[in-house]
Design a protein around this ligand. Structure first.
Ligand code: SF4
Length: 290
């Protein structure tokens, strides 16, 4: 079977950077290496990280208490994930007394900076995103308690009166067209709203590569990545939006190769920003063998 792989498939630079930070500490033998919540939303990669001594503490939303022993305080290092954290969580983690390394993705840092700047000037922030996602939870911490999260048009229409200073930003992994549509709706009520398209370059590239695969003749697209990875799920939804069949799998073993061979001559392969190379390569090679 002919296989076209999306150029952007796999780790984004923010995730790669955070993994490298933690891996470097592990290599140096500076143990234990802790991360505040899972470093990456990929089960197979988390198992590999655990094997080299990188251990998740805290929780997915970076909210729970972290238990620290005297030995941890002396030798441990705590790494903040690419998603980032709120200023309150940062203070809490620093007070634990371990070495502290912030691996927040600079693209998330830009969003936090915009919110912080505008909050100080008295703006109310509206974030397009998932209120349960750790990135959004962290960003809400910069809004000076004047922040709202919206997932759709309905949420925008249900907002209370926000006054005349409104700032609209996006979680880094949302759909660009949806952000623009919601910005237009928000501007119906707040024509002077400050709107910042903060969807990151890596996300935009992955989204536009779906169209590249379609234009190159892919009859279906395999999306490789964790079931809990928000950006992988969004990629699969985007494939469906283009009208092509989408197959979201975590590993090659989930694919029914007989079924694929019967239906398609050429397929595309893409992967979320948290999908490691070895899983993508396995899928590509198995498909090429069919
Ligand atoms: S998806 Fe974008 S913002 Fe998030 S970690 Fe990757 S590069 Fe950074």
């Amino acid at each position: 079977m002919e296989v076209i792989r999306a150029q952007s498939a796999g780790f984004c630079w923010g995730v790669e950077r955070a993994i490298n930070v933690a891996a470097k500490f592990a290599e140096e033998g500076k143990r234990p290496v802790y991360t505040d919540g899972p470093l990456i939303h990929n089960k197979q990669m988390m198992e590999k990280l655990e094997a080299v001594g990188i251990q998740e503490v805290g929780d997915y939303q970076s909210k729970t208490e972290v238990k620290v022993t005297e030995q941890d305080r002396e030798h441990g290092v705590l790494v903040v994930r690419a998603h980032g954290i709120s200023p309150e969580r940062r203070s809490y983690l620093k007070e634990l007394g371990m070495d502290f390394k912030d691996a927040t993705c600079p693209d998330v840092g830009i969003i936090a900076g915009k919110i912080k700047l505008h909050s100080r000037k008295g703006f109310t922030t509206v974030i397009f995103g998932d209120p349960k996602h750790p990135e959004v939870i962290g960003l809400m911490g910069y809004t000076e308690d004047r922040g709202y999260v919206v997932k759709n048009e309905e949420d925008i229409r249900a907002l209370p009166n926000l006054g005349d200073k409104v700032c609209f930003v996006s979680q880094s992994t949302m759909f660009t067209d949806e952000f623009e549509r919601l910005a237009a709706i928000l501007r119906e009520t707040y024509p002077d709203a400050q709107v910042f398209d903060t969807i990151c370059g890596a996300t935009k590239e992955r989204q536009s590569d779906i169209h590249v695969l379609k234009d190159a003749g892919a009859e279906a697209i395999i999306v490789v990545g964790g079931r809990h990875s928000a950006n992988t799920r969004k990629l699969a939804a985007l494939v469906e939006k283009t009208g092509l069949p989408a197959y979201h799998v975590e590993t090659a073993s989930e694919l029914d190769f007989g079924h694929l061979k019967e239906r398609y001559k050429k397929v595309g392969v893409t992967a979320g920003a948290s999908t490691p190379e070895f899983l993508i390569q396995e899928v590509v090679e198995e498909l090429q063998r069919v």
